[in-house]
Design a protein around this ligand. Structure first.
Ligand SMILES: *Cc1c(COP(=O)(O)O)cnc(C)c1O
Length: 446
């Protein structure tokens, strides 16, 4: 085991991380989009397959989840400019934001209210489709509404799906698996929020609670699944199916921007700011956007100051072999989905040449921004979902001319909040009241 001091000696920039101060790390290894995509081992065809799968299941979603019928059963969220937030953010940070500020509202994704509806749903759909296809149950002359039929339900009732999660991944896997009729178990750490356990149990999901922390719950879930051939374990740290489900967001965003006549090209670059936990969500989305826009899109991840796992993994190139605990951080944050100490090695390696940087955000900043977004735009998101909102300030202050241009588009990805009970959301909002954002200091960069 390498000691704390040795890390510091080998990677002097780690002092910015151990400081627990807000900071932007600029990735020195970024390559062109085409080189990065070619090195990834994943292709446009892989993403198209995931996209086609969502399309095949659209009639099913439209039927069983009425809130998706408006979009023909596609799980998608609004994307819109947020000019009131832009004005307030700029004035309180005493910084000009000359370009356009946009918000992608995955907090409003139907059925499970977070970005996990992209990756999590896709993995469940693939499992369901593969099992039914192998049994010869799928009638190609009929729509996938047939997945409601008894033979499908009987098949799925004999199969298990398991996942380890404290939060939104458990909700998305649990809700959709239960709807198909799978025998589904969510392994949760003791600190998981009570309302999440209650909600899952009300849908017929088995919730197993552990005294230990999150990684123990995941470990236990994985071990149980390995001993049971009828069980599919959703592996948040290594799943290609999760990643590809997230990546479908690329073509969806491109369609939304085109529809709103917001061109993206070398003269109108798109900067995207994505909250990062283990990395699959933001990595998949960034990958999908790179496929659409190549070098015209620049992607940044946002992490809590106590849990900058992807930053640490990428900077040291140690990926999943280093944890934030190795450099003395406690991995404690109010940003639920982002309290991850060790990043996905798979995602870190795919993103290493494609990501422009990672920045960190204090919890208090998240609450302050949550309140600002609610006050200016009447949009309620959970604390994690606000991590990206500091992005434009970082890229503009870092002196990137493209980011400072009036033709820049800054897209903040709001990742969750749609399932948070009203009283919990009110408490978040109240927490933001005492936060003085930007008290006369400026964000640092290097
Ligand atoms: C899961 C989650 C993220 C990050 O996704 P990862 O795949 O863990 O990186 C960000 N925001 C919210 C609200 C989430 O639930």
């Amino acid at each position: 085991m390498t000691g704390h001091n040795e890390w510091m000696e080998n990677f002097p920039l780690i002092r910015h991380i151990t400081d627990r101060k807000e900071w932007l790390w600029v990735n020195p290894d970024t390559e062109t989009a085409s080189a990065g995509l070619a090195a990834s081992g994943l292709t446009e065809e892989d993403v198209k397959e995931a996209s086609d799968r969502f399309r095949r299941f659209a009639p099913y979603f439209a039927d069983v989840f009425p809130e998706t019928t408006g979009r023909g059963g596609l799980i998608e969220s609004p994307l819109s400019p947020i000019p009131a937030m832009q004005a307030t953010l700029a004035s309180s940070a005493r910084l000009e934001i000359p370009g356009m500020l946009l918000l992608k509202q995955d907090n409003a994704l139907p059925v499970s209210g977070s970005i996990k509806a992209r990756g999590g749903f896709h993995e469940v759909l693939r499992v369901a489709e593969t099992l039914a296809g192998d049994r010869g149950l799928i009638d190609p002359s009929r729509s996938y509404v047939q997945f409601k039929d008894q033979p499908f339900k009987d098949l799925f009732a004999s199969r298990k799906i398991a996942v380890g999660s404290t939060g939104n991944l458990g909700l998305s896997i649990g809700i959709l698996s239960a709807e198909f009729g799978f025998d589904v178990t969510v392994h949760m750490s003791a600190d998981a929020k009570q309302w999440k356990k209650d909600l899952l149990r009300s849908k017929g999901v088995h919730v197993k609670e552990y005294e230990d922390d999150y990684s123990k719950a995941v470990e236990q879930g994985r071990a149980e699944a390995e001993n049971d051939p009828s069980c599919h374990f959703v592996d948040d740290e290594n799943s290609r199916d999760l990643f590809l489900g997230y990546a479908v967001a690329g073509e969806r965003v491109a369609a939304q921007l085109a529809e709103q006549q917001i061109p993206i090209d070398a003269d109108h670059p798109l900067f995207v700011y994505l909250p990062c936990g283990v990395g699959g969500g933001p990595g998949g989305v960034a990958f999908g956007l790179k496929l659409q826009y190549g070098d015209a899109v620049r992607c940044y991840f946002a992490e809590p100051v106590s849990s900058p796992c992807m930053l640490l993994g990428m900077m040291t190139k140690l990926h999943d072999t280093i944890s934030v605990r190795d450099v003395g951080l406690d991995n404690r944050t109010a940003a639920d989905g982002l309290a991850v100490g060790r990043p996905s090695g798979f995602v870190g390696k795919v993103m290493a040449p494609l990501l422009d940087g990672v920045f960190t955000v204090e919890d208090r900043t998240l609450f302050g921004l949550l309140r600002m977004l609610a006050d200016t735009e009447r949009i309620m998101a959970e604390p994690s979902a606000l991590a990206g909102m500091m992005g434009p300030l970082y890229t503009i202050r870092a002196g990137r001319p493209a980011a400072q241009s009036a033709d820049a588009r800054h897209l903040v990805w709001s990742t969750g909040g749609g399932m948070v009970p009203e009283d919990v959301m009110e408490a978040y909002y109240d927490e933001g009241e005492s936060v003085e954002l930007f008290p006369g200091k400026s964000t640092k960069s290097e």
